[in-house]
Design a protein around this ligand. Structure first.
Ligand code: GLN
Length: 578
């Protein structure tokens, strides 16, 4: 029993477990985030957690093609990108207990065994691994009213079995009335038969029942609306109440439509009833969220921004970046069209063609030398053309290398990451990182404070003197080159004072050229766009407007054949160089 901080009344913590069936990539993370959001609107405090059945201790060492983006929490854990959805949709406290992997669970059990904690017992999946999983669930719960735990993978996978067994046991231990099992499944539409098929769902629920879990709620992903007949069939053959069969249609415009759609389907009311919790509000107020959805679906204008990266083919690799750009758009009532540019195949001579017409260039974080020259060239292109530039982590390092080479005149300026022996390591390892031998979990990770110069682009955007931003990198701006870089026009406008580390650089005299060593994208929400993304998109809109004005001027003089900035006309393609 816990006592709520908010009201002081004694409450029994409630648990929701979300499993997935039929296929992967059904959007379990989004569904959990949307449900969390709905419950918050009922005045409940929530926590959200993901269990990942792979053996890696965390996704930090995985290739983005394997895993997508690595999401970094404020307390410095490298986690699954679904945690990004949780943070964007809800106010849940997300931390290292919000994501556990099989590797982490085994690591902890094996360490305890080596310490002798098990007093001579033979260590087995049941009970030792399952107990460890249950402890991890209780850890994540904190003092929230409701913890939503997402189980990664698909029912039927061998890997996820210990997690499923643990959540089954959890229901017995905590009381079946305090635990709710939601199964997210796919209704497949057969074009030839013009029918939604329920059999894969029936089989998936059958598999769950074999392991001892009877789901309370079925959330059905479907591209077509469910008929009453389908609902009845699913209810009867999956042994789920008729009204607990929830339809989750594919959304048309924005993922931010999902919470309202599930609310209209009655998911929140159903969950509250089944868990025996009363809503703490008379009527949930969704007006602010509806405003977000309305702006996302019907923006007043469009602006195009290039994202130049190595893993551009995989949308998930830069998930939080794309989301934060969209939030920057929301702050400006604009839809941000992303031109995805593969840095690997970027020929500096072709830059005008590839980037021509965009109103902003963003270079996200990255590792390794491949594609880096294309990124430096893109920073140069934006700097010289007065196009808004936002460099994030490696993108900040590339902007610094551009300035070192072109403005200071250090032709061989490079990062120690790419060349151990480079003569001018403008980006270098700090002494403590030189001692690091293990790859996993050893970067500069998590939140650090940064003092920003109030008289700068970032200072005006933030409106506060000290900000806290999340990091994930090993290499840093080398202070040995600071004076020369600043003298050449690359201002330092953000510093981690304790060790005098440069965190933010800005190009003097440019409308918006900013590089940040941290990852602001992890702190952006649709309802609270990150100030730097909002400011970047404002600058991109201003760039587009100025271009349109100049072009109108040119047309008035019968000279409209080219873009006003002399660059090639915008391409309509959404992906270039891939
Ligand atoms: N590879 C660079 C470093 O480790 C940048 C990392 C990043 O962009 N996240 O410092």
């Amino acid at each position: 029993m816990i006592v709520s901080k908010q009201t002081g009344d004694a409450r029994i913590p409630k648990h929701i477990f979300v499993t997935g069936g039929v296929v992967s990539s059904l959007g379990k993370g989004l569904t959990c985030a949307a449900l969390g959001k709905l419950l918050e609107h009922h005045g409940l405090t929530i926590a959200v957690q993901k269990m990942d059945p792979y053996i890696n201790v965390d996704p930090g060492t995985m290739n983005p093609f394997q895993h997508g983006e690595v999401y970094v929490t404020a307390d410095g854990a490298e986690t699954d990108l679904d945690l990004g959805h949780y943070e964007r949709f809800t106010h849940a406290a997300i931390n290292r207990h919000s994501n556990y992997t099989t590797g982490q669970i085994y690591n902890s059990v094996i360490s305890k065994e080596r310490r002798g904690d098990y007093l001579g017992a033979c260590i087995q999946v049941i009970p030792h691994i399952t107990n460890e999983i249950k402890d991890a669930i209780r850890q994540a719960r904190g003092d929230a009213d409701v913890l939503i735990t997402e189980i990664g993978g698909t029912i039927g996978d061998i890997e996820s079995l210990p997690f499923i067994e643990a959540i089954r046991q959890f229901g017995i231990e905590e009381g079946r009335g305090n635990c709710l099992y939601i199964h997210l499944t796919l209704l497949t539409y057969l074009r030839a038969a013009r029918e939604l098929k329920t059999k894969p769902t029936q089989q998936s629920v059958g598999k769950l029942r074999e392991i001892g879990i009877i789901p309370d709620v079925l959330v059905c992903r479907t591209e077509r609306p469910m008929t009453g007949e389908i609902r009845s069939k699913l209810s009867m053959f999956c042994n789920v109440e008729h009204e607990a069969v929830i339809e989750e249609m594919d959304v048309k415009n924005s993922i931010y439509e999902v919470p309202m759609m599930l609310h209209e389907q009655g998911l929140d009311a159903l969950v509250l009833r089944k868990l025996g919790i009363a809503s703490r509000v008379v009527a949930p107020d969704f007006s602010a969220w509806k405003h977000v959805v309305e702006t996302a679906c019907h923006p007043s204008r469009e602006v195009e921004v290039a994202v130049v990266g190595k893993y551009i083919e995989l949308h998930d690799a830069y998930k939080s970046i794309y989301e934060a750009l969209a939030h920057g758009g929301l702050a400006n009532d604009a839809h941000v069209v992303v031109r995805k540019v593969n840095s690997d195949r970027l020929d500096p001579a072709e830059l005008g063609k590839v980037l021509g017409g965009v109103d902003g260039v963003l270079i996200p974080g990255g590792f390794g030398e491949r594609g880096v020259e294309g990124k430096i060239a893109s920073a140069r292109w934006a700097a010289e053309g007065g196009v808004p530039y936002f460099g994030i982590c490696l993108g900040m390092q590339c902007a610094t290398l551009y300035a070192a080479r072109d403005l200071v005149g250090l032709e061989d300026a490079y990062s120690r990451e790419f060349d151990e022996n480079c003569p001018d390591p403008v980006i270098d390892l700090m002494p403590d990182q030189k001692k690091v031998t293990l790859k996993g979990g050893t970067m500069r990770l998590g939140s650090y404070p940064c003092r920003v110069d109030p008289d700068s682009i970032v200072g005006r955007a933030y409106g506060t003197a000290v900000v806290s931003e999340r990091h994930r990198h090993r290499f840093e701006y080398n202070n040995a080159y600071r004076e020369r870089l600043v003298d050449a026009g690359l201002r330092v406008t953000g510093v981690y004072e304790e060790v005098d580390l440069v965190e933010i650089v800005e190009l003097e005299g440019h409308p918006w050229f900013v590089g940040v060593q941290f990852h602001p994208e992890f702190q952006s929400k649709p309802s609270e766009p990150h100030p730097l993304f909002a400011s970047f998109i404002t600058a991109a809109c201003a760039h587009a407007d100025a271009k349109a004005d100049r072009s109108a001027d040119g047309n008035a003089h019968g000279n409209g054949a080219e873009c006003a900035d002399g660059r090639a006309r915008p391409s309509t393609a959404n992906e270039i160089g891939t």
